[in-house]
Ligand binder design. Structure first.
Ligand code: PRP
Ligand code: MN
Ligand code: MG
Length: 179
């Protein structure tokens, strides 16, 4: 796996199985409703692609690009919109899809922002969450895995824009980020 990585935290098989589980619950929740899934670029691309294909419910897909990390490993709490939604979500059932909730600052800001646009409903599905890193409490309906407060990469998650294309989630060796 290369010397930049310390260990594999979640294999591709574990991720796939979890997304199938989550998709079944989401299918049940939104049966008979029009669902818009909103992926948060760039980290959520892999989760969006695999979760969407595991769903039976027909969905529309849109994307927001926000960034709070920049090139570092610490959330700055300053959220920038790099790309807004293409569509008006007023009256729509919206599910935000994230790769990870770390401090929670990105999602907290997004929930306020999207919530003010008067969707019919607004929920969150995240593959990963770090309970020990939370700076704000967020009500998240679907969580794949709660993980330790270590820096993780792969399956969409980056360090300085690298490692996103790893098919698994791994921990980064401290020497890579100077830890
Ligand atoms: C990462 C991750 C989440 C957010 C979580 O995105 O993909 O969106 O940070 O951190 P938080 O809970 O502390 O706010 P990042 O800002 O690195 O942008 P990226 O998705 O383009 O990598
Ligand atoms: Mn992100
Ligand atoms: Mg990032």
């Amino acid at each position: 796996m290369g010397t930049d990585l310390q260990s594999v935290l979640l294999t591709k098989e574990e991720i796939d199985a979890k997304l199938v589980e989550l998709a079944a619950e989401i299918d049940t929740e939104y049966a008979g409703k029009d669902l818009l899934i909103v992926g948060v670029l760039k980290g959520a691309v892999m989760v969006m692609a695999d979760l969407a294909r595991a769903l039976s419910t027909p969905v529309t897909m849109d994307w927001m690009a926000v960034s709070s990390y920049g090139a570092g490993t610490q959330s700055s709490g300053v959220v920038r919109i790099l790309k807004d939604l293409d569509t008006d979500i007023k009256g729509k059932h919206v599910l935000i899809v994230e790769d990870i909730i770390d401090s929670g600052l990105t999602l907290s800001w997004l929930l306020t922002n999207l919530g003010s646009r008067e969707p019919a409903s607004l929920e969150v599905c995240t593959l990963l969450r770090k309970p020990d890193a939370a700076k704000v409490a967020i009500d998240v309906k679907w969580v794949g895995f709660d993980i330790p407060n270590e820096f993780v990469v792969g399956y969409g998650l980056d360090y300085a824009e690298k490692y996103r294309n790893l098919p698994f989630v791994g921990t980064l060796a401290p020497h890579v980020y100077g830890g």
